[in-house]
Ligand binder design. Structure first.
Ligand code: NCD
Ligand code: ZN
Length: 336
């Protein structure tokens, strides 16, 4: 039987939510991942040291006895250097959302202009705090990421010592940006390596595949696959696993987000194997992220086997019920 061993898998973009949903989803990541970058888009957003520390301890309580490190982030606002110095040891990055662009981002930045944001970004740069960015304008939905590229250009050239992560990239244009600036990196999700807009809306509408940024064209997916499968040193895995209750997805006014946490590693193994690139998965799933963020993950060895696994229709705890990607379908790799 084919088996695969991965060392300290990392999910560099994860939504764990809070309360009952946190209790449900946190163990589904911590069973297989050694650590994850935890997104701060709670209601209200995580934007104080007290909220951050309290959220981290709720996460640690929710992960059973798994060995797992939550890498915490703050929701971007204009912060003083004194504040950032005081919180530096508690955070791994700060996440910037354009206002209103996605789930719980209403308190984000109204207009991303390098002059007004300079005091905060210079302080982050001096303190070595990376900036994670949700890079979409509020233009036509298929063009939002592409239109954001000149903002990445401005940020990367104006703040050359700031590590900037283009989160969940979905376009060929974003892939091309990687080689244009030394300080620009990217996370790529599982679903954007697999689907295009056709899978979301080409036939019957698939609410469980609806997310921000929306899946794009075939040529975009191919560009993402090219850098992920070859473990381009500036890209790393970030699932953007974004659980919403089943009733909020299967609704008139469907919440954006694809829930992939429990199947991510297994399906990545299937994808990399299909393209005869399994030897690159370790870099994509962990090593590149360690180099980019300069982190040492908790040691954790995960073994997978090539053996069919039927993905459950839903995961449930208390009143919370979430539908994963590939619900009721069979995937080709399983956890050992
Ligand atoms: C995310 C969420 O639900 O928090 N949704 C999504 O569609 N990806 C937010 C985000 O990362 O955009
Ligand atoms: Zn996200």
């Amino acid at each position: 039987m084919d088996t695969l061993t991965l060392q300290s898998p990392l999910d560099m973009h994860l939504h764990l939510r809070d309360e009952q949903m946190l209790q449900l989803v946190a163990p589904l990541t911590s069973q297989t991942f050694s650590g994850a970058i935890i997104m701060p888009n709670l209601v209200p957003p995580v934007d104080t040291k007290e909220a951050l520390i309290a959220y981290k301890s709720r996460i640690l309580q929710a992960i059973d006895d798994h060995q797992f490190e939550p890498f915490m982030t703050l929701f971007f606002k204009e912060y003083s250097k004194e504040f950032l110095e005081s919180v530096k040891d508690e955070i791994t990055a700060i996440k910037l959302y354009p206002a209103g662009i996605t789930t719980n981002s209403e308190g984000g930045v109204e207009s991303i202009d390098v002059i007004s944001l300079a005091p905060t970004l210079n302080a982050m740069s001096e303190l070595g705090i990376p900036l994670c960015v949700h890079g979409e304008t509020n233009g036509f939905v298929m063009d939002r990421e592409k239109e954001f590229m000149n903002i990445y250009d401005a940020l990367a050239s104006e703040f050359p010592d700031l590590t900037i992560i283009m989160e969940h990239i979905t376009t060929k244009e974003a892939v091309d940006m990687l080689d244009r600036h030394d300080n620009l990196y990217a996370t790529i999700t599982l679903h954007h390596l697999l689907i295009t807009l056709d899978d979301v809306a080409g036939g019957m509408l698939q609410p469980h595949l609806f997310c921000k940024p929306i899946a794009k064209r075939y040529e975009d997916r191919d560009a993402l696959l090219e850098v992920a499968l070859n473990a381009h040193p500036k890209v790393m895995f970030g699932s953007d696993s974004a659980p919403h209750p089943q009733h909020a997805k299967e609704a008139c006014g469907c919440a954006a987000g694809v829930f992939t946490a429990p199947i991510a590693l297994q399906v990545l193994a299937e994808l990399f194997e299909k393209h005869d690139k399994l030897e690159n998965l370790q870099k994509f799933i962990s090593d590149n992220a360690c180099d980019i963020y300069n982190i040492k993950p908790l040691k954790k060895e995960i073994k997978l086997k090539k053996y069919p696994f039927e993905v459950p229709a839903y995961y449930k705890k208390g009143d919370q019920q979430v539908v994963p990607m590939y619900a009721n379908q069979t995937i080709q790799w399983s956890l050992m």
